[in-house]
Write a protein that binds this ligand. Structure first.
Ligand code: ZN
Length: 257
């Protein structure tokens, strides 16, 4: 399929990744615990996902991209999840992740890495901090992770796209921020996240997280706004392959946060 590129990701041992994440998170959070555990049943509250664990053949798909939305929305860019599943060579795959201008998928394993972090002391949000720790340790070897986390305490800054696409072209990050609606939303927020430590030349969005809740709040995660009280617990698994589907021919870095 001409519009799909792929590569194998670096796949370190789970214990190895857990140690790297713990070291990195400790620079940014006061209390951190990372260990390899059996995945909890994700069909239970608060997750309520349609499948139990993170298992099978974990793959990451980055579909489309912000350049199809910014500066002006290309309304013909609509993706069918069934055809995305075929393109990642896993027809019928269970897909989770952050969808909209780009959608990400992660197939899923009985062990996943459990990550707990409390009380943010540095600038980086939960996902950025994990991504940078992997980058620092593994360098040019790209490690990709997908999974879910819950913001158990505190509040977070999220954005939601307005119902209407922007009538004027969005030419800068400021234009994009002005067009988006930002909210401070309260825990518990259930988030689905994907991140890749290093872009292997695919013009990726290197991290993307969307949150939902059972109290009607949700959106695209930027960071928590309550560093002193915030509590995160998450379950992640490394992906074996990365697929890039329908990469925009002309690109820019606006609106990637
Ligand atoms: Zn998003």
């Amino acid at each position: 399929m001409a519009d799909t590129e792929s590569c194998a990701l670096h796949l370190p041992a789970l214990e190895d990744i857990a140690a790297v994440l713990e070291g990195g998170l400790k620079k940014n959070y006061a209390e951190v615990q990372v260990k390899v555990v059996d995945c909890p049943d994700l069909t239970q509250e608060p997750f309520g996902f349609p499948v139990k664990g993170l298992c099978g053949k974990p793959r990451i798909a980055d579909v489309g991209g912000v350049p199809y939305l910014v500066p002006t929305a290309q309304l013909d860019k609509i993706y069918n999840m069934n055809s995305v599943a075929k393109k990642i060579e896993l027809p019928g795959a269970y897909i989770l992740g952050a969808g909209a201008s780009s959608s990400k998928s992660v197939g899923m394993n009985a062990e996943v890495i459990e990550v707990k972090a409390q009380k943010r002391t540095g600038k980086d949000n939960f996902v950025t901090c994990m991504r940078k720790s992997l980058k620092e340790h593994y360098g040019d070897k790209a490690v990709g992770m997908g999974g879910t986390f819950v913001i158990q305490e505190g509040k977070a800054k999220l954005h939601v796209m307005p119902r209407e696409f922007s009538a004027c072209p969005l030419n800068t990050d400021e234009d994009v921020d002005h067009w988006l609606n930002f909210y401070e939303m309260r825990a518990p927020l259930i988030c689905q996240s994907v991140f890749v430590s290093q872009d292997p030349g695919f013009d990726l969005r290197v991290e993307h997280t969307h949150c939902f809740s059972h109290h009607g709040e949700g959106g695209h995660y930027h960071t928590d706004t309550t560093p002193d009280t915030v509590q995160y617990v998450g379950y992640f698994h490394p992906a074996e392959y990365l697929y890039r589907i329908d990469r925009p021919p002309a690109t820019h870095m606006i609106g990637r946060d």
